[in-house]
Ligand binder design. Sequence first.
Ligand SMILES: Nc1nc2c(c(=O)[nH]1)N[C@H]1C(S)=C(S)[C@@H](COP(=O)(O)O)O[C@H]1N2
Ligand SMILES: [Mo]
Length: 414
Amino acid sequence: MGSKRSDRREFLKRGVALAGGVTLGAVAKSASGQLEGPEAFIQGTDELVGYGKRSSYVTSVRIPHGGRASPDTFGLDFHIAAPLQDSVGVITPSSLHYMGTTRGSFVPDIDPEKHRLMIHGMVDNPLVFTMEELKRLPSVTRMHFIECAGNRANRRHRTVQETHGMTSCAEWTGVLLSTLLKEAGVQDGGDWIVAEGVENVVGASSIHMAKAMDDCIVCYGMNGEAVRPQQGFPLRLLVPGFEGILNVKWLRRIKVVDQFYMTYNDYGHLRQDSDDAALGMQIGPKSVITYPSGGQQLPGRGFYEVSGLAWSGGGAVARVEVTTDGGRSWVDAEIRGTAHPMAHTRFTFNWEWDGQECELQSRCTDVLGSVQPSRVQAIEYWTQRGQPARVKGQDNSIQPWRVESDGSVHNAIS
Ligand SMILES: Nc1nc2c(c(=O)[nH]1)N[C@H]1C(S)=C(S)[C@@H](COP(=O)(O)O)O[C@H]1N2
Ligand SMILES: [Mo]
C-alpha cells in the first residue's frame, strides 16, 4: 500500500507523458501533510439496509425539457431531461433516465398481478399473457439507448442537459417480441403492428413487421431491477435505435394489422406517410461532448480528458472524431469499453488546453459508415424537404462548445 502510494506520488510529480505528448504534470498539487478524515457518518438504516441512496454530496437531477414545468398545474408530466453533463460510463441510472410523454400524462400505478399483454389482430392464435407467463419465456438482456425525436439543440440552450438530455441508455431485460409474434402466428399480409399502452390511443404507435420481428423487446427489467414506473412498469416495448415515441410504455396490447395505422402519435406529431414512417424512424449517428460542456468551468490550462457519448440507430458506433479547433482538424477519439449496437458509447480524448479560446466538437460514424452531419448540412437537408432554416424532425447534428480563455464553456450554436 505504502509503496503504491509513493509510486502514485512519483507519477504525479513527474507528469507522466501520454500518447500525443500530453503530460499530466499540472493536474494535481504535489502531496504534503495529512489527509482529512470523514466529516460525519451516514446514520440510520434506510440508506444502509433497505433501498440504497446516493451520497448527499451528489446532487445531479433531471430537469423539465424546454422550460415547461413538470409536473404542471394539472399534475401532468412532460418530457424530463437527463443530466448528461454529470454522466460517467454509458448506463443512465434508472432514477436519472430521461422521461417522455406524448402529451402530458399521469404515470399509471399498475398492479403487475392484474396486468395483461394481449396479442391479436391478423394472427392465428390471439394470446393474452400475465407478467408471470412472460417471465417464464426465454429472455434477452441488452444495452440500448432511447432518444426522443424532439431531442434537438438550439442556440438558447446553455447545457448539454438542455441540448441533448432527452436520451438515455439502460440495460434492458425481457422477451423478444418475435418470440411472442411467432407463438401467435402472424398471418399473410400482417405487415405492421400497432402497440398500445394503458392510456389507449395516446400512447399507440405503428411499427413495421420487419422491425417487430428483428430486435424489439417486451421489457420487464431495467438496470438489474424491474422497469421503473416512469419508464413503463410493469412492461414496455423497446424498439432499438428507433425514435423514442415508438417505445410504448405500460404496454398492454399489440395488434397485427395490414397497413400503417395513423395513430395519435403519427397524426401530425411525426409523419403521415407509411414509407416515411418505415424509413424515418431510425435515429442517425450522433454524439456530444459531455465534459467539458456548456455551463462548466475549466480551472486552468493543462491536461483534460475530454469525454462524451456517441450512439446510432443504425448499429454500433464505429468511430468518433474530436476537433479542438472548431472543425479545421479532426483526431480519432478513443472508444471506452464495448460499443454495443444501438447503445450509448463512451469516447474520450486526451487534451492539453493551452488556455486560449477554442471550440470543441465531436463527430460519430456508425458501423453502416453513416457520418454525423454538421449543423449546416442538417439545416440544408431540412431546407430541401421544405422546412427552411431550421432542423425539424430528428436533429443529429454536431454540437459545438466554445471554451473561453477564462475557462468558461458555452454553447457555440450560432
Ligand atoms: N404509453 C406511452 N408510451 C410512451 C409515451 C407515452 O406518453 N405513453 N411516450 C413516448 C415518448 S414521446 C418517448 S420519447 C419515450 C420515452 O421513454 P422513457 O420515458 O422511458 O425515457 O416513451 C414513449 N412511450
Ligand atoms: Mo418523446
